[in-house]
Write a protein that binds this ligand. Sequence first.
Ligand code: KQY
Length: 374
Amino acid sequence: MSKVLATTPKQDGFRMPAEWEPHIGCWMLWPERSDNWRSGAKPAQHAFAAVAAAIAQGEPVTVCASPAQYLIAREMLDPSVRLVEMTSNDSWIRDCGPTFVVNDAGAVRGIDWKFNAWGGLAGGLYFPWDQDDLVGEKVIELERDDRYAPDFILEGGSIDVDGQGTLLTTEECLLNPNRNPDKSRAEIEKYLCDYLNLEKIIWLEKGVYLDETSGHTDNFCRFVAPGEVVLTWTEDRSDPQYAISAGALERLEKATDARGRRLNIHKLVAPKPVLITAEEAAGVDKVAGTLPREAGNRLAASYVNFYIANDVIVMPRFNDPADDPAQDALAKLFPTRRIVSVPGREIVLGGGNIHCITQQEPLGRRLLRMAGAA
Ligand code: KQY
């Protein structure tokens, strides 16, 4: 059993690394629930398999699937992808999975946050979420890591770090009373600083327009290097996204990071609004307690929802004229990585995108430990 630690990562000298630091691999969950994914989740499964295959070009991938889906997933996934059996309520491991922290000696530990399906009974997206809440603990145990288990609800997509003491987040999500209603802003900041080892939190007001996660920053604004961020943007002033992005730009322009640097802000123009078609909506089962999918609803499509693997960036494309410019922009921001774009529509139909369905595990010194050298 993984040891549960009563201390905090900050006390123990552990920090959350930036996503561009080396990974030992990437974790994903396999989609299957028909009240979130259309047509019995089959189109989503193809999309997830394409994401896994793309990431596997850059680092090892593990996908976790339910017992009922194990053989189906095995058939659909690239042979290089490791498949393990794990129960979950849905497939957003960024949010229900662990956050890994490392120390200077290369040791790795996991943080097992509490998860309430983006708001629990006060606006959460489905019920129950008990199996999702166990995913963090299960992954940490599989990796034989020690575990921090704070009494704190946090989704991994609601935060982004530079690995040097700075975190980006949104008030819309972290201060939403359906996450940690008994905690003040100052107490929330203290949890983040203690568990992720931070000195500076940059608060944005909101995330992408109509994002059902309450505005996760991983779909809106992220670090791409120390002192450099990408921000979802639109030049269409009549789009409600314009005011949200312009407000964030204003805050980012005034901000400094934990090391006192001003930020270099890169605008990433979003695709045109992506709306659910009647056919897509009709393919989703309606279940009481699950957020319904209605024809004409706008989805929170954004190119910021990419995954940074060791050798590749995996980004969504939406069949939009902005796809290629976004890919070119990411190529400039990540000159040592190849940019692989995969179809993102089936994933955004479920409420998120590539970053939301992945969770990186840092390399640390695991390989040396396995070889008995550390
Ligand atoms: O975007 C995410 N981080 C998760 C979206 C969850 C949507 C559930 N329907």
